[in-house]
Design a protein around this ligand. Structure first.
Ligand code: AMP
Ligand code: MN
Ligand code: MN
Ligand code: MN
Length: 284
């Protein structure tokens, strides 16, 4: 099986590397095809595509869209999207506006908890003020000495019931899928093992996701244990979903797995890159 990695971040959102640096790292790790999937933003895709052409590896234009479903935050990855599609661009612009408002509230909440200057601090770790994520706030809190590293931050801050947490409404599931499908892309449910859902809720989500035109599910991602890979492989087969594989790489020191260094897909699944909308883009 080819080494294809369809979930990675650059500094356009909350990654550390530039889009070209990310693609070069993927190529160094013998990745045959890579997707850039920044949160709610398409701005890195042109640079990443050029870098992939120079490295002679396949490239898939992607985006990771933040969704609110049944009161929970989910991520849906759009793969093979046309980044010039207006409805997709406008939808993502709305999400970034919401992000901006949330970031101001998060900073206000941290200030009330005694941590001043969080907006400016998070901003200093971001390429652009339009995409301030919890990761940028986490990097600022590490810099302030409030936690040892980014993942430790999420135990004491920025999560429900802790300072810096702000409930937020992202895109609807139907809306996000309409943007992706309208832009010619394939919709993939990201890291399903990360959602706090019981099996019934997960089945309801997968049913709804499929009915709305969702086509794939991440089976192999840095966030999944061996058991989770097996569980979601089973659900992929049951719901007739294609299987995806992505490191969800954010940067050196912050991510467990580099691009291409996650387990291969379990046997007996159809990889999402065999979908006709992606196949052609991965032939170099
Ligand atoms: P946001 O979309 O602004 O809520 O930020 C979500 C991002 O925060 C995710 O994409 C991850 O990169 C990061 N994140 C969330 N939870 C954790 C965690 N427990 N450890 C490390 N990073 C996390
Ligand atoms: Mn992230
Ligand atoms: Mn995600
Ligand atoms: Mn991600």
């Amino acid at each position: 099986m080819q080494n294809i990695d369809l979930h990675n971040h650059s500094r356009v959102s909350d990654g550390v590397l530039t889009p070209s640096e990310l693609v070069v790292l993927a190529a160094d790790n013998s990745v045959a095809g890579v997707a850039l999937t920044d949160h709610d933003d398409l701005a890195g895709l042109g640079e990443a595509r050029q870098a992939a052409a120079l490295q002679r590896i396949g490239f898939v234009a992607g985006v990771e869209i933040s969704v609110t479903w049944d009161g929970k935050t989910l991520h849906v990855v759009g793969l093979g999207v046309d980044e010039t599609n207006l409805a997709l661009q406008q939808g993502l612009a709305q999400l970034r506006q919401g992000r901006h408002e949330r970031a101001l509230k998060m900073a206000g909440d941290l200030a009330r908890a005694g941590v001043a200057g969080a907006w400016e601090g998070a901003r200093s770790h971001a390429q652009h003020s339009a995409i301030l994520t919890r990761t940028h706030f986490a990097r600022f809190l590490v810099e302030r000495g409030m936690a040892r590293d980014v993942s430790s931050v999420f135990k004491r801050f920025l999560v429900k019931g802790k300072p810096g947490y702000v409930a937020h409404r992202w895109a609807g599931l139907a809306e996000a899928l309409a943007w992706i499908l309208g832009a010619g892309g394939v919709a993939v449910l990201a890291h399903p093992g990360r959602y706090a859902m019981n099996p019934r809720e997960m089945e309801r989500l997968l049913g709804e996701f499929s009915d709305l035109g969702g086509r794939g599910i991440e089976v192999s991602t840095a966030n999944h244990s061996q058991e989770e890979r097996e569980r979601f492989a089973g659900l992929a087969r049951y719901y007739g979903l294609l299987a995806s594989r992505g490191a969800d790489y954010h940067g050196p020191g912050e991510s467990r797995c580099e691009p291409g260094r996650i387990p291969l897909l379990p046997m007996g699944l159809t990889p999402v890159w065999e979908d006709e909308r992606l196949r052609d883009q991965l032939i170099i």
